[in-house]
Design a protein around this ligand. Structure first.
Ligand code: FES
Length: 163
């Protein structure tokens, strides 16, 4: 499909304090729109809406920057996910394990062998699992939901791997 623009209107843009400083001299709305586009398309300014569901099933929605890893999003937005990202993205822990939606998972960049090896050790592995520190936010991910594997209270329950 066609990508959505990440800032929806000029007024939204002008409401953003840091951006309005740069746009204060812009007289024509057309010029402002062109500026808006160049801001949006230059990678670091594009916001992507993401939903995280933590171990307890609590959903938090955040706006992430294109190009950040999902681990960086969790840290920067101070999301309450117990023990997430213990190795700080050095592919040594698998605590950044996240479960993706079907349509999203298959569109993501393929995994490197190192990620695959570490992911194998992750608790509650599913066929839609990835390591959050290895996944980079892209604009097409706007609106996606990622889940942290749920805590299993009773070990006799079915593991998530059977989903
Ligand atoms: S944070 Fe440790 S493997 Fe991703």
């Amino acid at each position: 499909g066609v990508s959505k623009p990440c800032v929806h209107s000029l007024s939204t843009l002008l409401d953003t304090p840091t951006l309005s400083v740069h746009l204060v001299d812009v007289k024509s709305e057309t010029t402002a729109h062109l500026l808006l586009h160049s801001l949006c398309w230059s990678s670091s300014s594009c916001k992507v809406l993401l939903h995280f569901v933590n171990q307890s099933g609590m959903k938090t929605s955040v706006s992430a920057m294109e190009g950040e890893s999902l681990l960086e999003v969790v840290i920067n937005k101070n999301l309450q996910i117990d023990g997430f990202g213990a190795c700080e993205g050095t592919l040594a822990c698998s605590t950044c394990h996240l479960i993706f939606e079907d349509g999203v998972y298959e569109k993501m960049e393929p995994m490197a062998d190192e990620e695959m090896d570490m992911l194998d050790l992750a608790y509650g592995l599913t066929k839609l699992s990835r390591l959050g520190c290895q996944v980079t936010v892209e604009r097409w991910m706007d609106g996606m939901t990622v889940r942290v594997p749920q805590e299993v209270k009773d070990r006799r329950e079915k593991p998530e791997a059977e989903i």
